[in-house]
Ligand binder design. Structure first.
Ligand code: 0PR
Length: 361
């Protein structure tokens, strides 16, 4: 095989990043291990306990419980599954703001649960009145997002937890992307701030672990029991994960990254990423574009389609929000130099666009 992976020097739209060197090394060493079979692979199974302890520390969870998933999608599906199993309804529903990730559509489809998508407010956060009118006795879960995919917004988690409690539903917090930056902000987002039942928090995004390493955390171990099936021919007697064979590389790299970076390394990274996001937002605003202020290190700006296409043609890996805005995620590999070069290209394109078309006379 001759192919090489893409370089990160023009990747502005991904939520994955270059893994920390210690995470890369750990992933390689544990490539041929399977935490799905702890009887045969005890070393990586022990590492998974360490990973859940570290994640719990980050997410304010006193009694560590959960497992390392293949990513945010699996964690979200499993959280909905827990809620469905727990709910006392034959027609369960899940209430989610329209900023929720599309993985919940997969969950609803797979699990036969109705997904009630409610509008967000003018700042792209869950609209509490809309959530309040959507929940009922059949609501199994309310979803809050702590770091939305498109605008990096944090939903009002304590208020959502009260609404979930009022109908005996679980509150699931999707912090798949935000979980490794939120500890350094003033937001109320975790198990210590509100009655959160389940959470997605992914080491393979801002946590700088190798792919695949997502995280599902649960408030108490009995919530995991909702997922458990018997495993007659394994040494362990039950399994709560969705997939069977799992990546030992993901588990080991998650531990290595968190041991290396939690908390000071992540704090410094948050500082750098947030400064970069603010710098970019400012640069775009100065050029006359409407910018959604970066609450977390993610910038969305209303750049015309033609400019967006030209930037992509120049090799920039950028994406758009559902309403068409340019979206830049300031991941650890996104440096100020990269952003300055991006703005340089934008300025050159604009100069070209503003040169009057030569007339024929
Ligand atoms: N929850 C949130 C809040 C997410 O942002 C994502 C992924 C997930 C869950 C799902 O995680 P996994 O992909 O690990 O299963 N976020 C986007 C995604 O779907 C990131 C994204 C969006 C990347 C647009 C590129 C892009 O153009 O991958």
């Amino acid at each position: 095989m001759q192919s090489e992976p893409q370089a990160f020097d023009r990747v502005l739209s991904s939520m994955c990043t270059d893994p920390h060197p210690a995470a890369r090394d750990a992933a390689e060493r544990f490539l041929a291990t399977n935490p799905g079979d702890p009887g045969s692979y005890p070393a990586v199974a022990a590492l998974e306990d360490d990973a859940i302890e570290l994640l719990s520390d980050i997410a304010g969870l006193d009694e560590p419980a959960g497992y390392i998933t293949s990513g945010g999608t699996e964690a979200n599906i499993q959280a909905v599954r827990i809620a469905r199993e727990r709910a006392d309804s034959r027609t369960p529903n899940v209430v989610m703001p329209d900023s929720g990730h599309f993985s919940f559509r997969k969950a609803a489809d797979l699990l036969g649960v109705e997904l009630r998508i409610v509008p967000t407010d003018d700042d792209h956060r869950a609209d509490l009145a809309a959530v309040r009118s959507a929940v009922d006795d059949d609501t199994a879960a309310v979803v809050g997002v702590a770091g939305t995919t498109e605008y990096g917004r944090v939903d009002p988690i304590p208020e959502l937890s009260r609404l979930a409690r009022s109908v005996d539903a679980t509150l699931h917090v999707d912090a798949a992307w935000g979980g490794f930056v939120l500890p350094f902000t003033d937001y109320d987002w975790h198990f210590g701030h509100a009655a959160v039942d389940t959470m997605s928090i992914d080491p393979h995004k801002m946590g700088q672990a190798a792919v695949p390493a997502g995280g599902l955390l649960v408030r108490s171990p009995d919530l995991l029991d909702e997922l458990a099936v018997d495993t007659p021919y394994l040494e362990s007697t039950s399994q709560a994960t969705l997939t069977g064979t799992r990546s030992g590389a993901g588990v080991a790299s998650a531990v290595a990254a968190m041991e290396e970076l939690w908390p000071e390394g992540y704090r410094r990274q948050y500082g750098r990423s947030q400064n970069n996001a603010e710098w970019l937002a400012d640069a775009l605003e100065k050029r006359g574009y409407a910018v959604a202020e970066p609450a977390l290190p993610l910038v969305a700006a209303d750049v015309p389609r033609s400019t967006f296409d030209a930037l992509r043609a120049n090799g920039w890996r950028i994406s758009r929000t559902a309403t068409g805005e340019l979206r830049v995620v300031c991941m650890p590999h996104v440096s100020r130099e990269m952003l300055a070069s991006f703005i340089g290209d934008l300025d050159r394109l604009e100069v070209r666009a503003s040169v009057p078309v030569a007339s024929d006379d």
